[in-house]
Design a protein around this ligand. Structure first.
Ligand code: ACO
Length: 425
């Protein structure tokens, strides 16, 4: 590949460097383009634009490849744990035994929330969506940690990252308990990350939660599968918010707000609600006709990057079968999902548009079987993605070329005109 790109505009030729990644597409460096051409590049939706340089996650959407720091997602799901993946994303390599022990201790011993913090939850209506509670609560957390405000100090950044990973399960479980009208359950240090989260969600004063290794492993896998996904909408939001030097917890709150949308993390709730709406296999053809008539989308299908298959969906489907098998649940929605997938994958409408099931297609059925209401699904996604957001945020600060994010625009509004008094309009 050439190391320079040239662009001719009228009688002017502009040369731009081509930068090479370790794998994947090269990029044309347009940073000096405006200065040299007096023009902007135009790319709403960032379909052709790399917004940053990153060493964390690599996706090849055509081949269905997802690597974290070089490690394939299927190997991490099978062999690793969520906390080990957290260390990997944050620090770049898998931890040695002593490094992991220290990291696990650090996370485990920062899971508690300030007692005053609990009062925030009471301000919300009981029927508030748990994602609304998460957005507000995580933003509020920045008010409690003014000591880690110096984002230019690597140690303070690390402390913020640990606090965020440690406290998210506690906040997420409180959002769940508040929504259910049950008392909060405090974290316990002797439990693993996922066990602790499940206990904080499902223990009640009348009965403690007895961990089930299959469900703990499923929870851990779901967290691994959602841990990072390079420069998606919410991660780009966190980077953009962070680029101004804002408090990291406030940046994560911005990421949570973005994740909530149905085109992004909110799709897992919508995918399950869609399956519930279809209800039975015989209703699928009619539903598919509605999709083709563009009345609605097939939720849990399609992806901006994956145009062949989503490797996370494959692992998610396996976990779904394991959980349902363990709990002895015969969920008619699984039957609907499998049939819908089969029909969609053989229908030219979906084949032509390269629409494949994404991770959200099977995660809802799994989480429902585990006892989570559909409104909690995106909260669990936010919990898991926190490590990705904070790793990307940290990486941005380690980049000496960091600049505040400031996109430009193609202006198509009115040109300059004079103010007209109200009685003359
Ligand atoms: N159902 C039906 N048609 C679809 C779907 C879908 N789920 N997704 C895309 N299409 C169609 C579009 O209508 C379009 O058709 P056209 O070319 O005839 O106009 C074509 O496929 C291309 O779609 P785009 O919208 O251009 O694809 P884009 O990359 O912008 O969108 C997205 C990706 C947002 C994920 C989209 O596929 C979608 O809305 N899917 C459903 C929601 C979902 O599951 N989101 C989760 C994403 S994964 C995650 O966040 C974890």
């Amino acid at each position: 590949m050439a190391d320079k790109a040239t662009l001719t505009i009228g009688d002017k030729t502009i040369e731009m460097p081509v930068l090479k990644g370790s794998t994947g597409p090269d990029v044309v460096d347009v940073r000096k383009f405006y200065a040299e051409s007096d023009m902007f590049t135009f790319d709403p939706g960032f379909t052709s634009t790399a917004s940053c340089e990153s060493k964390i996650t690599y996706i090849d959407g055509d081949a269905g490849i997802l690597l974290h720091r070089g490690y394939p997602i299927d190997q991490l799901v099978e062999k690793s744990s969520f906390l080990e993946v957290c260390y990997l994303l944050l620090h770049g390599d898998l931890p040695k035994a002593d490094e992991f022990e220290k990291f696990e201790h650090n996370i485990t011993y920062h899971t508690m929330l300030h007692a005053q913090f609990d009062r925030f939850f009471e301000g919300f209506r009981r029927d508030a969506h748990p994602m609304a509670i998460m957005t507000g609560a995580v933003g509020a957390l920045s008010a409690f940690y003014a000591d880690s405000i110096n984002v230019d100090d690597p140690r303070e950044r690390e402390i913020s990252a640990h606090r965020m990973i440690a406290k998210m399960p506690t906040i997420a479980a409180r959002a769940f308990k508040y929504h259910m009208g049950q008392p909060f359950v405090s974290p316990r240090n002797e439990l693993s990350y996922s066990e602790n989260f499940l206990r904080m969600c499902f223990a009640v004063p009348a009965e403690d939660y007895v961990p089930n290794p299959v469900l703990t492993r499923a929870m851990d896998r779901i967290f691994i599968l959602h841990a990072d996904h390079e420069q998606n909408a919410s991660t780009s939001t966190v980077r953009l918010a962070g680029s101004s030097g804002a408090h990291p917890f406030a940046c994560i709150a911005a990421g949570i707000a973005c994740l909530w949308g149905p085109s992004h993390g909110g799709a897992n709730q919508e995918a399950l609600e869609m399956l519930e709406e279809i209800g039975t296999v015989d209703k699928i053809p009619e539903f598919i006709e509605g999709v083709k008539a563009r009345k609605y989308k097939l939720m849990g299908f399609g992806h901006r990057v994956y145009k062949n298959f989503d490797p996370r969906a494959t692992a998610m489907q396996k976990t779904c079968h394991e959980v349902l098998g363990e709990l002895g649940i015969k969920d008619p929605l699984l039957e609907v999902a499998m049939e819908l997938e089969k029909i969609a994958l053989s229908d030219p409408y979906f084949i032509e548009r390269k629409l494949y099931p994404n991770i959200d297609f099977y995660s809802g059925i799994t989480l429902r079987a585990m006892g989570f209401p559909s409104k909690m699904f995106t909260v669990l996604f936010a919990l898991a993605r926190t490590v990705g957001w904070i790793s990307q945020w940290k990486e941005m600060f380690e980049d000496p070329g960091r600049k505040i994010g400031r996109p430009r625009q193609l202006y198509t509004g009115p040109t300059e005109r004079d103010y007209v008094a109200i009685d003359k309009r």
